[in-house]
Design a protein around this ligand. Structure first.
Ligand code: ATP
Length: 405
C-alpha cells in the first residue's frame, strides 16, 4: 500500500536495513524502515489520511513515523547522501538516490533493499553482495573509509559478528586495525560510543562481542584503565553473563537491566568516583549514574562486612538489610565478581529466598491494631519485614499476633 501510494506520486519506496537482513535469516525483527526516493513526510501524510494511521513528522530530518491502529510502526525516511566533513564527525545530509542511501550504510548485510512498488513489488535490490555475505556469514564494509567516517561501526561490527555468529572479513578487520592505530575511536563522543556499547551488551553474544573489542584494542576507548587488564575485564563480563543466565532460570518477577550488570562489571576495577565520571561521560541519565555508583559503594561495603565478619552470611536479617538497598543489577554484578565464596553464597541465598520480601500488613492495618499514628508505624513495618526474613512470622495472622503481643 505504501509502495502503491509512492508509485502514484512517481516515487519509489523500499524496505531497508536490519529487517531485510533478518527476514533472510529468519530472525525476529519488528523495526520496519522504509526509504523513499522522494518526500518521506508527504508520502507519510498521504498514507495516514488514506488508511487512518497517525503520523509523527520530524521536519528537521525529513523523516516520519507512521503509527497504525494495532500498534504497528513504520519509520519513513527520504533516501539520502551523507558527507563527513572530517573523520568521526556527524554527517551532513542531502537528498539522493536509493543507491546513495544504501552506500552510506555500515555493512553489506545491512545494505539490502526490497522494492515496495506495485509492479516490482518484492524485488531485492542487492548492490553490494549483501545476500551472499548473509549466506556466508560475513560482516563486510562497503568501502575502505567506512571506519574512518564512523568508528562506531567497529562496535557494530563486533555486535553483529557475535549476535549473528558471523565473521568480520579479513579486509574489514585490517581497516578496523588501521582506524584503531590512528586512534580514531578517541574522537567519538562518549554518548555515541556508549550507545553502541549498550546495544552490544544487550545483544545475544555480548561476551564474544566484548572479547572481540578487547582483541581489537578497543576497550581503552571505553575507558583508558581497561587497556592494562583486558583479559580480566572480559572474564568479569563472562561471569556476569553466567550469573544472568542463572538468575533467568529462577523465573523471578524482577528483571535486571542487562547492560547495567555487564557495564558495571566491565568497569569494576575503577574506584566508584571514577565509575561515576565514566558514566557521566557516557551521558547515562544522571539518576541511573548516581544509583549505579552509590550501589557500587554499598556492594563494596557489604562484601567487606561479610569478609570481615561484621555480617554473617548465614544471618538472613543482616544480609537482607545490606542487599535490599542495592539494585538487583549491582547485587548480581557483585555475585559475579566476588572472589569470596561466603559472599557469593549469601547473595545466592538472598536472591532465591529473601529479595523482595514484604510484610502482609499495611500501615492502616497497624493503626487499626492500635499502633499510634506516626513514626511508630514505619518502625513496625520494618520490624515485620525483619521478622519475615528471619522466618519468625509467615502469614498476616502471625504478623497480627506479633503486633498485638
Ligand atoms: P538490530 O535491529 O539488530 O539492532 P539494525 O541493523 O536494525 O539491527 P539499527 O541500529 O537499528 O540496526 O540500524 C538500522 C539500519 O541503519 C542498519 O541496518 C544500517 O543499514 C543503518 N545504520 C545504523 N547505524 C549505522 C552506522 N553507524 N553507519 C551506517 N549505517 C548505519
Amino acid at each position: 500500500r505504501l509502495g502503491g501510494l509512492a508509485a502514484e506520486a512517481g516515487e519509489r519506496a523500499f524496505l531497508v536495513g536490519g529487517l531485510v537482513r533478518d527476514i533472510i535469516l529468519h530472525r525476529r525483527n519488528t523495526d520496519v524502515d522504509v526509504v523513499v526516493e522522494g518526500a518521506a513526510i508527504d508520502l507519510g501524510n498521504r498514507f495516514a489520511r488514506e488508511y487512518g494511521w497517525h503520523l509523527h513528522a520530524h521536519q528537521r530530518f525529513g523523516t516520519a513515523v507512521l503509527l497504525g491502529p494495532e500498534g504497528e510502526r513504520i519509520d519513513l525516511a527520504t533516501s539520502r547522501i551523507e558527507h563527513y566533513p572530517y573523520p568521526a564527525a556527524l554527517p551532513e545530509v542531502e537528498a539522493g538516490s536509493i543507491k546513495a542511501d544504501l552506500f552510506r550504510r555500515d555493512f553489506t548485510i545491512n545494505a539490502l533493499a526490497v522494492e515496495l512498488d506495485g509492479t516490482r513489488f518484492g524485488r531485492l535490490l542487492d548492490l553490494f553482495g549483501g545476500l551472499q555475505d548473509i549466506r556466508q556469514g560475513t560482516i563486510r564494509v562497503l568501502h575502505s573509509l567506512s571506519f574512518v567516517e564512523d568508528p562506531t561501526r567497529i562496535l557494530r561490527a563486533a555486535r553483529f559478528e557475535a549476535e549473528l555468529a558471523f565473521q568480520i572479513d579479513a579486509q574489514s578487520l585490517r581497516l578496523i586495525r588501521n582506524a584503531v592505530d590512528l586512534e580514531l575511536p578517541a574522537r567519538l563522543s562518549g554518548h555515541r560510543l556508549f550507545r553502541e556499547l549498550r546495544y552490544l551488551l544487550e545483544a545475544g553474544g555480548a561476551v564474544e562481542g566484548v572479547r572481540r573489542l578487547a582483541g581489537l584494542g578497543m576497550l581503552r576507548f571505553v575507558h583508558p584503565a581497561l587497556e592494562a587488564e583486558r583479559d580480566g575485564a572480559v572474564e568479569r563480563v563472562e561471569a556476569g553473563r553466567d550469573v544472568l543466565d542463572w538468575y533467568r532460570l529462577l523465573f523471578r518477577e524482577e528483571a535486571p537491566v542487562r547492560w547495567k550488570v555487564l557495564l558495571t562489571l566491565l568497569l569494576w576495577k575503577l574506584p566508584p568516583e571514577e565509575l561515576g565520571d565514566a558514566l557521566t561521560g557516557f551521558e547515562v541519565r544522571s539518576r541511573d549514574a548516581h544509583r549505579i555508583t552509590g550501589d557500587r559503594r554499598r556492594a563494596d561495603r557489604f562484601e567487606q562486612a561479610v569478609i570481615g565478619g561484621a555480617v554473617r552470611g548465614e544471618d538472613p536479617a543482616g544480609v537482607f538489610e545490606h542487599l535490599e538497598r542495592i539494585s538487583l543489577e549491582i547485587v548480581l554484578a557483585l555475585m559475579a565478581v566476588t572472589g569470596h565464596a561466603g559472599v557469593r553464597e549469601a547473595i545466592s541465598h538472598y536472591i532465591q529466598h529473601l529479595r523482595g520480601i514484604r510484610g502482609a500488613l499495611s500501615g492502616s492495618d497497624l493503626i487499626e491494631l492500635g499502633v499510634p499514628q506516626g513514626p511508630e508505624v514505619g518502625r513496625w513495618l520494618e520490624r515485620l519485614v525483619r521478622a519475615r526474613v528471619r522466618g519468625e512470622v509467615n502469614s498476616a495472622e502471625e504478623e497480627r499476633e506479633l503486633v498485638v503481643r
